[in-house]
Design a protein around this ligand. Structure first.
Ligand code: PLP
Length: 373
């Protein structure tokens, strides 16, 4: 290199590989409103009760270990999950949130020109990692805002390596029964990985819902992902985990960065898992107020989509003065931050996290005023 004369002014600059700049930047739920000092954030499906006091205690108990690297295999958390759910340790993998697990799965299986398949309103994180692998993101129609197995199968071709289904889904909140998940699996070639994203699985209480754990044991190509961000209220700590065939876990683990889940996060997750009282309280809150929001918002002439998660997607009219975008601004002026989901192809909807009683009532009251004009 040393004897080559470079015309530095004319030399090309570092260029991201093809496809990177086609990825739309992820836009997270807002957390601030100009002019409102303490707005209420109902835009990110967080746990409105906070987190388990036991998890907080575990988190603070390790302040004198901050100089130490974590054990990325998360042995204590691994044992705790195995005991709680009756799982086998060699099938587990941990991530910096389940987001990282989607990324690791994409990196493990996708070559340029391959594709992933997801619903048209599918969670944004799957596609970011796939595109970074120069893979195509194929989307299937979701009639009634719900995953449709036949539509998904229509998108699968010889280059499909992964199919992602969040069940219940974000941002729609809808779900499909275990029988449909199994029909989807039966229609896929065995070489395709079916990823069942269970970020909101704990909130789905219908007996026809299946969390997919048995499918992981039955088949070689099913992965279930879960998170501590929602029910357990530990979104800040970034702990996700996946249950998958052991050979797959061993393969994916090769590209997992060694220290991806930190010590306070691992310990807080163990404590959260043991705090059944907090989990029950969180679930009870959602079960109590989800129907209220659905019913009240429906009564205002809005169109709430039936939800099995800790949020509700609501459809607004296209009429000027009554649109979702205007409603988002109106709610913000009352200190209520909800999520516009235009980026998901749902410009006429807003997604609202279920809050405490007073929050839910405030949302209904504000939207009632908004609809009255
Ligand atoms: C469907 C779905 N999957 C996964 C995640 C990511 O969760 P985590 O915090 O574990 O990365 C979210 C977060 O909003 C989600 O809505």
């Amino acid at each position: 290199m040393s004897d080559i004369v470079i015309d530095r002014a004319a030399a090309p600059r570092p260029t991201p590989k093809p496809g990177i700049l086609d990825i739309a930047p992820y836009v997270p739920g807002k957390s601030k409103v100009d002019g409102v000092e303490h707005p209420l954030k109902l835009s990110a499906n967080e746990n409105i009760l906070g987190s388990s006091p036991k998890a907080r205690e575990a988190f603070t108990s390790v302040f004198d270990q901050l100089h130490m690297y974590p054990d990325g295999r998360a042995p204590v958390l691994r044992d705790a999950l195995c005991e709680t759910y009756g799982l086998e340790p060699e099938r587990l993998l941990f991530g910096c949130g389940s987001d990282e697990i989607f990324q690791l799965l994409n990196q493990t299986f996708l070559e340029p020109g391959d594709n992933i398949v997801q619903g048209e309103f599918g969670f944004g994180a799957y596609g970011i990692g796939a595109r970074a692998c120069q893979a195509e993101v194929r989307t299937a129609r979701e009639p009634n805002y719900t995953i449709d197995v036949d539509e998904l199968l229509k998108q699968v071709d010889s280059r499909t390596r992964l199919v992602f289904v969040a069940n219940p889904a974000n941002p729609t909140g809808t779900w499909i029964p275990g029988s449909e998940v199994r029909r989807l699996h039966a229609g896929l070639p065995p070489s395709v990985v079916l990823v069942l994203d269970g970020a909101y699985a704990e909130f789905a209480t219908d007996p026809a819902f299946e969390d997919g754990m048995n499918m992981v044991r039955e088949f070689d190509n099913v992965v279930v992902t879960r998170t501590f961000s929602k029910l357990h209220g530990l979104a800040a700590l970034r702990v996700g985990w996946a249950y998958m065939p052991p050979e797959m876990a061993a393969a994916v683990d090769r590209i997992r960065l060694p220290f991806n889940v930190n010590i306070p996060a691992q310990l807080a997750a163990v404590a959260a898992l043991g705090d059944v009282e907090f989990q029950e309280r969180s679930l009870a809150l959602v079960e109590r107020w989800r129907p209220y929001l659905m019913q009240q918002l429906g009564g205002l002439g809005l169109e709430p989509v039936p939800s099995a998660a800790n949020f509700v997607l609501v459809g607004f009219p296209k009429t000027p003065g009554k649109t979702a975008k205007e409603a988002e601004g109106f709610l913000a002026s009352r200190g209520l931050i909800v999520r516009g989901v235009g980026g998901y192809g749902l410009p006429d909807h807003l997604r609202i996290t279920i809050g405490l009683e007073e929050h839910n009532r405030a949302v209904v009251e504000a939207l009632s005023d908004f609809m009255k004009g």
